[in-house]
Design a protein around this ligand. Structure first.
Ligand code: FPP
Length: 253
């Protein structure tokens, strides 16, 4: 066997600073085992740990996970109820340990439809962030990209109505400051598991220049090898942000 065949693959030279993930395939994972969909969500919660551990180990500074969309409220009542129970259990069991490991937790989305207990736990989890966070973990709940753009517009419109802002002063930068995840770099890499090739109303504004990567792997089957494959694909991409290759090679970004 040649030496190259025994050598581990070199780590990618370029890692995303911010990873955004649609965690899809929990239901199918369970159905393939003739088990209820809710079991798939419980298995999915374990995969969240895999993903967080991966980001912490590699120094990826921000991770945004789509846990519950605005549209997910329309799922069968039993499934929504089971997801609420799971969220509450995770908030109770994981938050302390995450904070000890330097994770700063934030929730984005419209929380108003969530039970009071969950809303309170989410607010508590956001208090007392670690002094020196090594990972910003953002959980999207009751979230929709269109909702996000709408709430940012509504906030700006409020300023206009109050005379604090002229319509002509509204810029992309100003709107970007009112949108969820303001203050973080935009996601560099988006991953969707479960085989579907769409963005499903996730971070519509924030994903404008994000590299997209899709895998057939169902979310509960996520492991380091899948994430390594995503990182390798990302490292190979040329990010031009509308420039030419020559400009990028010349360091014009
Ligand atoms: C999509 O799979 C997944 C969800 C709607 C829920 C995601 C929740 C978790 C992974 C567990 C908790 C996580 C956190 C961060 C609190 P699906 O049900 O649409 O799967 P399918 O496409 O196979 O039906």
């Amino acid at each position: 066997m040649s030496q190259a065949a025994t050598m581990p693959a070199p780590p990618p030279t370029r890692l995303p600073r911010h990873l955004a993930v649609i965690m899809d395939g929990n239901g199918r994972w369970a159905q393939r085992r003739n088990r209820p969909r809710t079991l798939g969500h419980r298995a999915g919660a374990k995969a969240v740990q895999v993903c967080v551990d991966y980001c912490l180990a590699r120094g990826i500074g921000a991770l945004t996970l789509f846990a519950f969309s605005s549209e997910n409220w329309n799922r069968p009542e039993e499934e929504v109820g089971a997801l609420m129970k799971l969220f509450l259990r995770m908030l109770d069991s994981e938050v302390g340990e995450l904070q000890r490991r330097g994770v700063r937790l934030s929730f984005i989305g419209d929380r108003s439809g969530f039970p009071e207990t969950i809303q309170t736990r989410m607010a508590q989890a956001e208090q007392h962030p670690p002094a020196q966070p090594c990972l910003a973990l953002n959980i999207a709940v009751g979230y929709g990209g269109r909702w996000d753009i709408t709430q940012a517009c509504r906030s700006l419109a409020g300023d206009v109505a109050a005379g604090r802002l002229a319509p002509g002063d509204i810029t992309e930068t100003l709107l970007g400051e009112r949108i969820s995840l303001a203050g973080l770099p935009s996601p560099d890499l988006f991953i969707r598991t479960g085989g579907d090739l769409r963005i499903s109303n996730f971070l519509l504004w924030q994903l404008a220049y994000t590299e997209l990567w899709f895998t057939e792997t169902l979310w509960p089957d996520l492991d380091d090898a899948v994430l390594d494959a995503a990182m390798a694909a990302f490292a190979d991409r040329e990010r031009r942000f509308g420039l030419t290759s020559a400009q990028v090679a010349g360091g014009a970004t």
